[in-house]
Design a protein around this ligand. Sequence first.
Ligand SMILES: Cc1ncc(COP(=O)(O)O)c(C=O)c1O
Length: 363
Amino acid sequence: MDITRLLRPDLRELQAYEAVQSPESLAKITSVPPEKIIRLNANENPYGPSPRVQEALGRYRGYHIYPDAGQRAMREALALYTGAPADHILVGAGADELIDLLLRATLQPRDRVIDCPPTFGMYSFSTQVNGGTLVSVPRDRDYQVDLAGVKKAMGPRTKVIFLANPNNPTGNLTPEEVVLSLLEEDILVVIDETYFEFSGQTVAPLVFRHPNLVVLRSLSKWAGLAGMRLGYGIMNPFLQERLMEIKQPYSVTAAGEVALLASLRDMPYLRRNTEALIQERERLFSRLAVILGLRPWPSMGNFLLCDVSWGKAPQVFQELARRGIFVRYFDTPRLKDSLRFSAGKPEHTDALMSALEEIFQKP
Ligand SMILES: Cc1ncc(COP(=O)(O)O)c(C=O)c1O
C-alpha cells in the first residue's frame, strides 16, 4: 500500500525546521567531552532557571492531575508581570505553539502570510504546515523592515505578518511607527518579543487600541526555561477567547505551570542574569569588532550576528565546532557570510574569542 497517497501533497515540499542539535549529538561531531561543550547556537540562557523552579517542581504533588486548561494562575501572574489584564493573555508551549495557533486560527488554504527575512524560521515553517502561502519581503541592507515593500506585498488574501522585535538573527528593532503603520492594515500584526527582557522595548500597550495586534513573549531566554516550553501572547480578549477554544487544552504541562509561577516569584535572580547577559553581549561586541575579518551587528537580543569576510563563515563554524564551541551558521543567501553567537557566561566569551583570534591569525 502506498501511504504517501494519504499525506497532504503540499507538504511534500515542506522544508523541515532545522532544530538545534542536542548536547549528545554535538558531542559526536567533536572530540571535546560533552560537559566541556559550549553551546552558543540557540540563544539559551546558560545561567538556567531560578533555583526556586527546581524546588517548586520537587515539592509539587499534582502531576497525576491534568493542568488547568483555563490557565488562571499563570494568566494572573503574567498579568502582574506585564501590566496587561489576564483576559488579554494566553499561555502556550513556547512562543512556537502560539505562532502555530495563530495561523491555525486564521489561515484558509493559500491565504498569505508575510515575513521579513532574514528572520526566525518558525514563521515560514508554520505557514507551510498550515497550508498558507508565505510572502517574504526581504529586509534592506541594514536589516530594517522594508515598509513600502511590505505594503506593496499585501493583498486581499494576506492575513498575518510576523515581525520579530528585536529580530532574530539580526538583533535590531523595528521602530514603533512602522508597527503603527502596519496596524492600519486589515491584517493580524504579530510582534514577536521573545527577546523583550534584553531590549526593554515593547509595543504591548498598543494592544488596547489595536485589536489586530498580538504581542508574543517567551520564558525560554530571559527566564532560562527553553526546555520547559513556555511562551505567552498579549492580545485582544476576543482573539484570546477564540484561540483558547481551538488550542490543545493541556499543551502547557503542570510542570510548566509550576515553573512559570516559581520564576515570576524570583524576579531579582532573573533580572540579574538578564543584565549579565546584556553586559556579555556588549563585551563580545567590542571584542569581535577589533578582529580583522569580523563585523558584528549591534543587537538588542541575547545574541549577535557577525559578518565574516572572505566567505569564511562555514569554515569558521567548522573550526569552532572542532574546538567544542557551537554557534549558528545559516546557509541562506543573505546569511551565507555570517555567524550568530549567543551571549554566554564570561568564560564562554573568553573561550570563543581565543578560538576566533587563533582562527583569524592563521594566514
Ligand atoms: C524570534 C523568536 N521567536 C520565538 C522563538 C521560540 O520561542 P519559544 O522557545 O518560546 O518557543 C525564538 C527562539 O529562538 C525566537 O528567536
